[in-house]
Design a protein around this ligand. Sequence first.
Ligand code: DHB
Ligand code: FE
Length: 281
Amino acid sequence: MARIIAGVGTSHVPAIGAALDLGKTAEPYWKRVFDGYEFVKKWIAEEKPDVVILVFNDHATAFSLELIPTFAIGTAAEFKPADEGWGPRPVPVVKGHPELAWHIAQSAILDEFDMTIVNKMDVDHGLTVPMSLIFGQPDAWPCPVIPLAVNVVQYPPPTGNRCYNLGKAIRKAVESFDQDLKVMIFGTGGMSHQLQGPRAGLINSEFDNAFLDGLVQDPAALTKIPHLDYMREAGSEGIELVMWLIMRGALDDDVEQLHRFYTVPASNTAVGHIVLKNVAA
Ligand code: DHB
Ligand code: FE
């Protein structure tokens, strides 16, 4: 059977992608950020997951205000990089895992999580920046990826509690897939940031670090944070953090923190990163 053995959380700041693609990783401003990802690149090269479920948000690239799925699972065989702003990144096409993706869709929907099934979807920095931070810059990505897009752009986004429970449903789905697959799940976006309005540039390190602590020690407490508290404490785009709760919900209660990193700022955003492994894995 398939098993989720570990989860990774990371920010997805688009300027990180531009810094990578324009060869700026050695500049002191960016080196400070990239150094925080040396651990995960080595670790994942050793662990060699068979499939990654990547929870991310689309930034009006694949979807627009015309169509706003709350949870959308990518069932396609491949997903092309695309973006607003700097344009599509020069990164490999993302290969999907249609068989497992359809299985997760079926299992989650029968468990009353009404996923949108997406057979064609371009993927923006929300997905490609985490891929680069975690896997580096290979000619082809080392494993298939199932993209799971979450609406955190247009109000109302899902609650943290709904996200956590979706994580549990995903875990159940994976464990009922009858191929021996080592699966990892990435929760991406965040941490505190606000891109517009009078509070643009807001960063709240205290909130971010408490969120990272909570992910390890007491994720159930994080599921009670209301939308308004994310807005107030972590800025309007801090709501992206609910996606990390899908990752956490898909793991066991008992996890070991293998690595944690936090730095401010990168572009307008606090960069956070955590690697969690099931103690029983
Ligand atoms: C920035 C951060 C984001 O998460 C995003 O989607 C766009 C821009 C930023 O910090 O500039
Ligand atoms: Fe974003």
